[in-house]
Design a protein. Structure first.
Length: 427
């Protein structure tokens, strides 16, 4: 497959001609929301095997081969070209696909209210073929060691039909907020803790969970070692059932990093105890903060390069957002940005007749627009290029895979790129 960035005056028909494919195939694969009015800077994944390259000034078969990691003589053979003849500018060269990498993919899905909405179930069905793990969010620990259950609906059946490991996500949330006091009780009161573990085992057996995933956040610094000890006990208990144990970790860049989100998480200990971790490498740009990319590649790289010094790379899932935010400017403390999907960001660009820009330093697309009330907006979101940058980093660092927060906002290009580049591990 190939990522195409729309240029001025390009049409879907013209793009399809360039790649020898039908416009309907491109539109269907990408679920393009604006097929008759493409936006400059919009990315489109071309659903072909391999990709094409158009010769530029100074190119040779050797330099093109170096760029795509293929022998120039093999490139000449595939394209029926004399390897000793100079190339003409604009010549289309076919590049065969690279071997696929094995990787694991997780996605959280967060139902609200008493049921799982049809939209969330549909989103889960769309994503499940590309997933190793499906993670309903979340079972909430209670101070007496019991559990508050989320609605599951057809999620267990969807996981089973797609060979997904159904993940029991457990949080220390109370009334929608992470609670350090709840964490303190669970991690230090041995009687409550034993009841808590018994309830987890009974619930996991009831629903068929095969991975127990703790997302305990904002723990007190003094409970860091208590959390480690709890995980050791949990690992021993769950291993008897044949289950995996995993945790979600704040995005740290050093072991002694200060801050409520970071101090309770011991990367080295988690790397030794659990089967894998999800590192939450997103929310630099967040709904309550000023406009910026949600997961800029520089900070993401910094976190993961530190992480692999403490945790084996084959135990790390890189966290990735499936959404962006729309900020109203000027940003003021207390303002809340609106979450939106990549598809919705493209629709905004169409509606307000604005181009999509791309920040190559952050590896993130963005748009600026003025609404009907004269208010300026800044939107940071994800596209095929920004996701590809993360996939490249995943491969470079030899990570276990990627974990998505969260299903429900449409991003078909992400799943196209997974199917093209990875052999998704099924368990």
């Amino acid at each position: 497959m190939q990522i195409h960035v729309v240029q001025p005056n390009q049409t879907l028909f013209g793009i399809a001609q360039a790649y020898s494919i039908s416009p309907s195939e491109i539109q269907t694969a990408n679920q393009i929301p604006n097929p008759d009015n493409l936006v400059v800077g919009q990315t489109i994944v071309i659903p072909i095997v391999g990709q094409f390259y158009w010769v530029q000034a100074g190119d040779s078969l050797w330099s093109i081969g170096q760029k795509f990691n293929i022998d120039y003589q093999e490139l000449a053979r595939i394209n029926g070209i004399n390897p000793n003849q100079p190339l003409s500018i604009g010549l289309r060269i076919y590049i065969p696909p690279s071997p696929k990498s094995r990787a694991e993919f997780n996605a959280y899905v967060e139902p609200f209210g008493q049921t799982v909405s049809q939209a969330l179930e549909d989103s889960s069905r769309e994503a499940a073929p590309y997933l190793t793990f499906l993670s309903p969010f979340s079972f909430q620990a209670k101070r007496d060691g019991s559990l508050s259950e989320p609605p599951l609906g057809n999620l267990p059946a969807i996981a089973e039909a797609n060979q997904n490991v159904l993940v029991m996500v457990i949080t220390n949330q109370e009334e929608g907020q992470f609670s350090d006091e709840l964490g303190r009780i669970i991690l230090n009161d041995q009687q409550v803790q034993e009841k808590f573990l018994n309830n987890i085992v009974a619930t996991a057996k009831k629903y068929g969970f095969r991975d127990i995933h703790f997302d305990f956040e904002y723990l007190r610094p003094e409970d860091r070692e208590a959390y480690n000890q709890f995980l050791r006990k949990a690992k021993q208990r769950f291993s008897q059932e044949g289950w995996l144990l995993s945790t979600a970790l704040a995005p740290k860049i050093r072991a002694d990093q200060k801050g409520r989100w970071y101090e309770g998480h011991d990367y080295k200990a988690h790397g030794e105890i659990v089967d894998f971790v999800v590192i939450m490498t997103y929310e630099w740009g967040y709904s309550g903060g000023p406009p910026m990319p949600v997961s800029p590649i520089g900070p993401v790289r910094q976190v993961l390069e530190y992480a692999i010094t403490e945790i084996p790379p084959n135990k790390i899932l890189m966290g990735q957002n499936l959404y962006g935010y729309d900020w109203t400017l000027p940003f003021k403390e207390g303002d809340i940005a609106k979450a939106l999907s990549p598809q919705q960001a493209i629709q905004l660009a169409v509606k307000y007749n604005t181009n999509i820009q791309y920040d190559y330093n952050a590896q993130a697309p963005n748009i600026d627009y003025v609404d009907e009330n004269g208010k300026q907006h800044k939107v940071w979101f994800e596209d095929a290029r920004s996701i590809q940058a993360k996939f490249n980093l995943l491969k470079e660092l030899n990570l276990r895979g990627m974990s998505y927060w969260k299903l429900g906002l449409s991003f078909p290009q992400n799943w196209l790129l997974i199917s093209d580049q990875f052999e998704v591990v099924k368990r």
